[in-house]
Design a protein around this ligand. Structure first.
Ligand code: T3D
Length: 266
């Protein structure tokens, strides 16, 4: 892959770096643990749209600046009497849908605490890597709110009802070790190796069969509302699409030549 690097400026609350097929979006309000205000949701939506459209970007990472991933909604940015429903529909829900609908892998690089909607944001990603000192908190209930930004969907699907209820209703801290044991995250790395190990994972996704990844996302998400019959049928359609890609042709040739395939994401 060509060695390319770019930094998109013009954002105040996030950083967007694009390098070697990897788009890295960093929540950048470290003084308030990357809590999410109006501006950040608008900028996130804009940046996620850019990352989705750019075909040269084959993997996206979301992470936080400083010691936190994100402490969720900025509690100092909620106007008295404002509508929570409006805030979620207008600001958070589009962000979550952009991540789930992104036709490439989205990796949450959970560098520190992820609380409330910050935890939901991490759970929406396809692959989650966590620093050993990081933790999850379903903080909503601590202030009398209910899970939002997808947590009420992701948690029971990932954990089953009982554990999902426990996390959502007690709002206790979930350590990185427990998160790994529960299957909430895919990998935990010691804090000092977190950046390097995360980079290796991003590079793997950025040099993989991008179309297959996007179809896998679609299939797994659709399976939640499907019967076996419907899933079998959908697999046949999706395999037809995957089978027509240049990456599959390359992998077949590579197998015969006894070499590793070079995927171009086409
Ligand atoms: O309208 C809508 O859309 C509603 C949507 C709601 C979705 C939600 O996300 S609701 C849940 C919101 N999040 C929380 O309730 C978490 C609040 N934060 C905490 O409980 C703690 O900060 C943490 C457990 C995450 C970390 O604790 P700790 O001790 O490591 O740090 P700290 O000292 O509490 O925080 C450091 C600073 O960040 C501090 O500022 P200061 O005093 O140094 O000026 C603190 O106020 C600020 N901060 C942390 N979280 C938030 C925040 N500021 C605004 N909003 C926050 N969520």
């Amino acid at each position: 892959m060509a060695n390319t690097s770019a930094k998109k400026t013009g954002f105040e609350t996030i950083l967007l770096d694009i390098e070697n097929g990897i788009g890295r979006l960093t929540l950048n309000r470290p003084d308030s643990l990357n809590s999410i205000d109006e501006k950040m949701t608008a900028e996130m939506q804009s940046a996620l749209g850019t990352l989705a459209r750019d075909q040269d970007i084959r993997c996206v990472a979301i992470t936080g600046q400083g010691r936190a991933f994100s402490a969720g909604q900025d509690l100092k940015d909620i106007r008295p009497g404002s509508s929570f429903s409006d805030s979620l529909r207008r600001r958070y829900n589009p962000m979550i849908k952009l991540i789930v609908g992104m036709e490439k892998p989205v990796v949450a690089a959970i560098n520190g605490v992820a609380a409330g909607a910050g935890m939901s944001l991490a759970l929406a990603c396809d692959f989650k890597v966590m620093s050993s000192g990081a933790k999850f908190i379903q903080a909503f209930v601590r202030i009398g709110l209910v899970p939002d930004s997808g947590s009420s969907f992701f948690l029971p699907h990932m954990l089953g009802y009982s554990k999902a209820f426990e996390l959502a209703a007690l709002g206790n801290e979930v350590s990185s070790e427990e998160a790994l044991n529960l299957g909430l995250v895919n990998r935990v790395f010691p804090d000092e190796r977190f950046d390097e190990e995360t980079r290796a994972i991003l590079e793997k996704f950025a040099s993989g069969p991008t179309k297959a990844y996007s179809l896998i996302k679609r299939m797994l998400n659709r399976s939640f509302g499907s019967s076996l019959e419907q899933s079998l049928d959908y697999e046949a359609s999706m395999q037809e699409i995957a089978g027509q890609t240049a990456d599959v042709q390359e992998a077949m040739r590579a197998f015969i030549d006894k070499r590793l395939p070079v995927f171009k994401g086409k």
